[in-house]
Design a protein around this ligand. Structure first.
Ligand code: KG4
Ligand code: ZN
Length: 342
């Protein structure tokens, strides 16, 4: 089954053609990073306008790359929420229009469930074993989920304030490294000492909950202290603080993930979402998983970690397979910026 996946929940216009929820025939993404870098974050009206400019050229490109005509597409999967309403609207409108003129049906997809299915891309699905513990972490969400079966999710914990990706973005701004923060901090961290600064790990009453705002405030305090003493941040200071911050986030994420995996006696552990593009985080999960005896997975390519249309197509495939009557008539696909998880 060929599914066209459409993802426009934030600042990436990303479309993909995916076969049977695994084989990515083509993935095409128009990134707005250069535009939002100027403002240090995403401005919703600008993001929506850029989606309008990009989405039809990206559609044309992805079909060409996949070497399929639109007639050969079986279903259209589109992100319905959560996300920025004006951004979601563009993807949903294009999906609805395509469905209206072609008679194809639409599979609305939850963005975070899409991230979870990013791990199923380009893998043999017979190798997966439920239950699976999944930690999906992005700019806007930070969820620890027990996946008992396909599309059977039990949320165990979440962030009480900032998501880890948001903390990367805010710390990057504090250090003057620009947007998005994750890749910028990761690059500086390569040249830094992760033990240079002792940073706080928040103590939470909820065993599987997270909190990163105290960590961000501590980074701000350290930077302000340094600036009052030396007017400028040296490159080594920025690298050391980046490395210490990144280490702190990875430490918290990996400890909670493996703790939950042990508590629920799962054998398979996944990381997903934009932060799972971080190579040190991936390496830590892999190494600890090996030591502790878990099968670990992160998306096969880092482009399947950050927002992309392929994960939406993969999730759409499983939604359709589980319930072929699930799909929606084009008139019913309205964006929901606060779409509930299940
Ligand atoms: O999933 P995603 O692309 O968009 C949302 O759904 O929010 O995640 C974006 C987030 C941003 O906060 C970005 O800084 C973070 O993922 N991110 C990273 C890396 N690449 C992206 N964080 C750490 N290391 C990275 N290499
Ligand atoms: Zn996302």
């Amino acid at each position: 089954m060929l599914i066209l996946g459409i993802e426009t929940s934030c600042d990436d216009t990303s479309l993909a053609v995916v076969e049977d929820g695994s084989r990515v025939l083509a993935l095409s993404t128009a990134s707005q990073v250069m535009i939002h870098n100027r403002t240090g974050g995403v401005v919703p009206e600008i993001a929506a306008r850029e989606h309008i400019n990009s989405i039809l050229p990206v559609l044309e490109h992805v079909l060409k790359e996949a070497a399929v005509s639109f007639d050969q597409i079986d279903q259209i999967a589109v992100t319905r929420g959560p996300g920025l309403v004006s951004s979601l609207l563009i993807g949903d409108l294009v999906a609805s229009t395509l469905a209206m003129v072609s008679g194809k049906k639409i599979i609305p997809v939850h963005h975070i469930q899409g991230h979870i299915y990013g791990n199923w891309l380009e893998r043999d699905h017979r190798d997966f074993h439920f239950p699976i513990m999944v930690l999906t972490v992005s700019g806007a969400h930070n969820e620890l989920i027990l996946m008992k079966d396909h599309l059977t999710f039990i949320p165990l914990g979440r962030t009480k304030d900032d998501a880890a990706g948001e903390a990367f973005d805010k710390v990057s701004r504090i250090l003057g490294l620009g947007y998005p923060g994750g890749p910028a901090i990761a690059k500086m961290a390569e040249k830094g000492d992760p033990k240079a600064f002792k940073l706080p790990r928040a103590k939470m009453s909820g065993r599987y909950d997270f909190s990163f705002s105290g960590l961000k405030s501590e980074v701000l305090r350290i930077v302000e202290k340094e600036l009052s003493a030396s007017k400028e941040l040296s490159e080594q200071f920025i690298c050391d603080l980046s490395a210490s911050f990144q280490e702190c986030v990875i430490d918290v994420l990996s400890k909670k993930l493996f703790q939950a995996a042990r508590d629920y006696q799962v054998s398979e552990v996944h990381i997903a979402g934009g932060v799972s593009a971080n190579s040190s985080y991936r390496a830590r999960i892999e190494q600890q998983g090996r030591e502790l005896g878990f099968t670990t997975r992160s998306p096969v390519k880092t482009v399947y970690s950050t927002d992309n249309g392929a994960m939406i197509a993969a999730c759409g495939y499983f939604l359709y397979r589980k319930n072929p009557g699930y799909y929606q008539h084009w008139q019913n696909v309205l964006p929901d910026p606060n779409l509930k998880f299940s």
